[in-house]
Design a protein around this ligand. Structure first.
Ligand SMILES: CC(C)(COP(=O)(O)OP(=O)(O)OC[C@H]1O[C@@H](n2cnc3c(N)ncnc32)[C@H](O)[C@@H]1OP(=O)(O)O)[C@@H](O)C(=O)NCCC(=O)NCCS
Length: 342
């Protein structure tokens, strides 16, 4: 059983190096009939490969696909045969570490198409395979070729608009998954998993390999690797701590039906039904006064010990400055739970 497949239309620089690839219909775990067609038409003999495809080869592929009833892929291959842009047929036999730009793009597409979940794919080493590009109103441009293209555009009476300079493009230029709203599309990168029912407001941001399971209002930052459970909201300007820089190694997640207040932040994974007061940043080492349902102190513990626990309310006591965690449990229940693994 192969892992993934996609016919992509891409861009290359003047050296013929891939800059980016658009896969309109990526396939996860292609069945044996589809793989047989690809083997014959593309002269493919296994492994993870990105094959640059010529028009004639694509026409043959289209015919073969049509014969086995793969109409959607056949139509795509037929159209790709007439493409003005370079076409690549990418086949991943396994989810191994990627070795080319088209392979990375296929993986990012699989996540944004909701075919694979964040943390579900091997993404180690992808930064080295993603060139830093100018994303313009005329497509992706190699930074070395940008000044010439800018001049050319001006000479022809146009302005080349550089929308971003980055390794990742915005997701919506590649896929808009069903049932979402994104107020400012630049703030969601390709490789984000945006669950059905999610709204990302202007302040919201979703990195690659991160996202939401379902209904959510996102007005804060979802860092790489962070997954937000159904029914949870991220308030304006709040932050979920990433693991890409700064030494943090706990994978942050947000459970279901949580609220992270405006300008708050979390450096621990939250369980279901948790709230964090607006403006309070909880890091893993934050000392927290744990209060029971009568506001009595149970003990002072580090926030990391409350990771993944449900039904917690974190706040900074506005009179003492101490970070407190209120629960809906009695002191005895809490003590038993906290010390169960001592
Ligand atoms: C932390 C939070 C959830 C508490 O809200 P709540 O559960 O409704 O609590 P209340 O505001 O009703 O307060 C309950 C009691 O705790 C007290 N209290 C609340 N926050 C407190 C604090 N930080 N320190 C001390 N006492 C506090 C209240 O004064 C009140 O006291 P009372 O019982 O004597 O009247 C809320 O303040 C908050 O920050 N919500 C986030 C909202 C947000 O940012 N949304 C996103 C928008 S983009």
């Amino acid at each position: 059983m192969s892992f993934a497949f996609g016919i992509g239309i891409g861009s290359q620089n003047k050296q013929g190096e891939w800059l980016e690839v658009f896969y309109q219909q990526p396939v996860m775990t292609p069945d044996s009939t589809l793989m047989e067609v690809i083997r014959n038409a593309m002269d493919y003999h296994g492994g993870n490969l990105a094959i640059s495809a010529a028009a004639e080869q694509l026409s043959q592929l289209a015919n073969a696909l049509r014969q086995v009833g793969e109409t959607g892929q056949a139509v795509l291959a037929e159209k790709a045969a007439n493409s003005k842009r370079p076409v690549v047929v990418t086949i991943l036999e396994t989810d191994d570490t990627a070795s080319s730009t088209p392979e990375v793009y296929l993986k990012l597409h699989l996540i944004s198409h909701r075919m694979a979940k964040p943390h579900g794919l091997k993404l180690e080493g992808i930064f080295g395979l993603l060139p830093n590009l100018a994303w313009t109103n005329e497509g992706a441009i190699d930074l070395n070729e940008l000044p010439e293209r800018q001049l050319q555009a001006r000479l022809e009476g146009r302005t080349l608009e550089v929308k971003s300079v980055d390794k990742f493009p915005q997701m919506t230029d590649y896929v808009v998954p069903k049932g979402i709203r994104i107020a400012d599309t630049a703030r969601v990168r390709l490789g984000a998993y945006v669950g059905e029912g999610t709204t990302v407001m202007h302040e919201g941001f979703i990195n690659f390999n991160a996202g939401t399971e379902g209904t959510s209002m996102i007005e804060g930052r979802i860092s790489a690797g962070v997954m937000v459970g159904k029914g949870s909201d991220l308030g304006g300007g709040c932050s979920t701590m990433g693991t890409l820089s700064g030494g943090g190694n706990i994978i942050i997640a947000v459970g279901e039906n949580c609220l992270i207040g405006a300008n708050a932040g979390i450096g621990i994974p939250l369980g279901d039904r948790c709230k964090v007061e607006a403006g309070l940043y909880i890091t893993a080492g934050t000392k927290v006064a744990l209060l029971d349902d009568n506001n009595e102190l149970v003990e002072v513990i580090k926030a990391r010990d409350l990771a993944n626990q449900p039904d917690l309310l974190f706040r900074r006591n506005s009179q003492t400055g101490a970070v407190e965690c209120k629960t809906n449990k009695s002191a005895i229940e809490l003590n038993e739970e906290l010390h169960a693994n001592n």
